[in-house]
Design a protein around this ligand. Structure first.
Ligand code: GAR
Length: 186
């Protein structure tokens, strides 16, 4: 069975969804790695019996040094694919030249690259919103799109309801993208 690592920084909602959708059938999540020792996702991964690694950037002088360590940990798990699911770090060529990785982003890229994409998308006048799975390159949220799903916005929608719709799309397209990519590797 194919082996993946999931990287996260906070709640771990996407991580939990991957545990429930792909873990143990399409692939094994062999490592859940976070840069945040207080991330709630840690509990979710441990509960599922997944190896958790914490790598704090404050222990490294440069982004490249952090990335080299990150790559070494991930390579030690012999992964086929690295999945960034709410991992709030920009990676350097040290990372992208050595690992195949994908990322989930809460907007219709190339709209709203970078931080606070959900809020920026909500407060925009765009008639459509959605989420994107893309390849990770050194350009922030700039890699080729793998899957994208949109919905027509309601003009009087609350942020909470908007967020819920984005979530539902993320929970659908990230597992789908992983299954597709891993199948192509066979
Ligand atoms: C998700 O909405 C994900 O798309 C977003 O962070 C959230 C993490 O939630 N990622 C980014 O904004 C990356 N630039 P989670 O920890 O509950 O999965």
């Amino acid at each position: 069975m194919k082996r993946i690592a999931v990287l996260f920084s906070g709640e771990g909602g996407n991580l939990q969804n991957l545990i429930e959708t792909v873990h143990g059938n399409t692939c094994h999540i062999v490592c859940a790695l976070t840069d945040n020792p207080n991330a709630n996702g840690i509990i979710k991964a441990k509960h599922a019996g997944i190896d958790v690694r914490v790598l704090e950037h404050r222990h490294f002088k440069t982004r490249e040094a952090f990335d080299q360590h990150l790559v070494a940990i991930l390579q030690s798990y012999c992964i086929d694919l690295c999945v960034m699911a709410g991992f709030m770090r920009i990676v350097t060529p040290v990372f992208t030249s050595q690992l195949k990785a994908i990322n989930i982003h809460p907007s219709l890229l190339p709209r709203f690259k970078g931080a606070h994409a959900l809020e920026r998308s909500f407060y925009s006048a765009d008639p459509l919103a959605g989420a994107t799975v893309h390849h990770v390159t050194e350009e922030l949220d700039g890699g080729a799109v793998i899957l994208q799903q949109a919905f027509q916005r309601d003009t009087d929608e609350s942020f909470q309801s908007f967020h819920k719709k984005i979530r539902a799309i993320e929970y659908e397209i990230l597992p789908k993208a992983i299954i597709g990519l891993l199948n192509d590797l066979k």
